[in-house]
Ligand binder design. Structure first.
Ligand SMILES: C[S@@+](CC[C@H](N)C(=O)[O-])C[C@H]1O[C@@H](n2cnc3c(N)ncnc32)[C@H](O)[C@@H]1O
Length: 172
């Protein structure tokens, strides 16, 4: 298993699974290898979203075909506990205004203390711009994930996969 997938599945997912306050979860972007996450999160209220209708078959029972930009048309404000957006920025969600809309909608839909996980690749081809220049992400607090001890965790993967953790307000 690649180092980034191992961190996602063996450190980040357990953190979420162990916390009953992390119940309503949206996972962004589906592929064949994410299909089994429905079973991982079977005891949670787990929903998936992907802009590409072809990926529906890999999504949760509760799957949305749409862009993350439109998350607020599917969820009420403050409704979600966790959003996991891994490998989407730089993999289709590239345009700066679209990224701003996507993370602004994520902020609106998360409850106070809710967690946003952004996984991205720090290589030219997959980094449309610096995420540190994203205004919507500046609304969040940086959150140091237990077990990783930092808000920005650089994995040892060949494609420089990084996980950033953001909280809406302090509590998670
Ligand atoms: C490289 S795959 C990542 C899949 C998965 N999230 C993971 O952990 O590997 C990128 C996926 O993001 C989806 N995607 C791209 N832009 C999107 C957007 N604006 N909103 C929702 N999904 C998007 C693509 O259709 C594709 O299925």
């Amino acid at each position: 298993m690649l180092p980034d997938r191992r961190i996602l599945e063996r450190t980040i997912f357990p953190y979420i699974l162990e916390r009953k306050e992390c119940h309503r979860i949206v996972f962004v972007g589906c592929r064949w290898y994410t299909k089994r996450y429905s079973a991982t999160f079977a005891d949670k209220d787990y929903c998936t979203i992907d802009i590409d209708p072809k990926q529906k078959k890999y999504g949760a029972k509760n799957h949305i075909v749409d862009s993350l930009e439109n998350l607020a048309t599917h969820f009420k404000p403050n409704e979600l506990d966790v959003i996991i957006c891994n490998g989407v920025f730089g993999w289709g969600l590239d345009d700066k205004p679209a990224v701003e809309r996507a993370f602004a909608a994520s902020f609106d839909c998360l409850r106070m203390g809710g967690l946003l996980v952004v996984g991205w690749n720090d290589i030219t081809k997959r980094r449309p711009f610096s995420l540190d220049e994203c205004d919507a992400l500046r609304q969040f607090d940086r959150f140091s994930l237990e077990g990783l001890g930092t808000w920005r965790y650089k994995t040892r993967s060949f494609n420089r996969h990084i996980f950033d953790f953001y909280a809406k307000g302090k509590e998670v």
